[in-house]
Design a protein around this ligand. Structure first.
Ligand SMILES: O=P(O)(O)OC[C@H]1O[C@H](OP(=O)(O)OP(=O)(O)O)[C@H](O)[C@@H]1O
Ligand code: HPA
Length: 179
């Protein structure tokens, strides 16, 4: 697997250092809010797992799985709920945890859904922001790294369901896509 990586964009150390920082910020901003922290599966699972260990206030966790129709590297914007939340968001301060924002269509759909379900507040934390292909006006409230317009894998992010288990963020060798 490692020989299929062309370049490491963010090392494990860089990721963990930033996550520690984000954990402190979330702990300060939400100290009296008992937030419902929602992980958008599958990609955000490693980030969620590391982030919550750096948050020092009470939180509750929930998970949602959505699938956007499209090719393996481009999303179409149509979103299907595969697993819905267990808890009601009504009156709750909701923090949505994502691994990456690209077109913004997935989060745009989720934000709209949670607002219709009467969440008290809805904010977004993303590890990566790739703003170049944004199709909707959407900015994360908290962001780890803004990255260039390249398809990345690792630390939850996949290509054809592979590479999620890499501990860093990297770029694949071009030949991997042409197989
Ligand atoms: O801003 P967008 O263009 O909508 O792209 C971002 C979304 O795409 C990826 O999920 P994907 O649908 O690939 O599912 P996964 O998390 O299970 O890999 C990623 O985890 C985001 O949820
Ligand atoms: O760069 C990416 N990598 C993996 N999944 C993604 N979904 C949107 N952008 C990406």
């Amino acid at each position: 697997m490692l020989n299929e990586i062309e370049r490491v964009l963010l090392t494990e150390e860089q990721l963990q250092e930033k996550i520690l920082e984000l954990g402190h910020t979330i702990s300060e901003d939400y100290y009296d809010k008992n937030p419902l922290v929602i992980c958008v599966l599958k990609g955000a699972a490693p980030f969620m797992s590391d982030l919550i260990k750096r948050v020092s206030i009470h939180i509750e966790m929930d998970f949602m799985a959505v699938s956007s129709y499209g090719t393996s590297t481009v999303s179409s914007g149509e979103v299907r709920i595969i697993k819905d939340l267990d808890a009601s968001v009504e009156g709750r301060h909701v923090l949505i945890v994502e691994d990456i924002i690209d077109s913004g269509l997935t989060l745009n759909y989720l934000l709209d859904l949670l607002r219709r379900r009467k969440a008290e507040s809805t904010k977004i934390i993303t590890l990566l922001d790739k703003p170049h292909h944004r199709k909707v006006d959407l900015k994360p409230d908290y962001c780890g790294f803004e990255i260039p317009d390249e398809f990345v894998v690792g630390y939850g992010l996949d290509y054809a369901e592979r590479y999620r288990n890499l501990p860093f963020i990297g770029v694949l060798k071009p030949e991997v896509y042409n197989r």
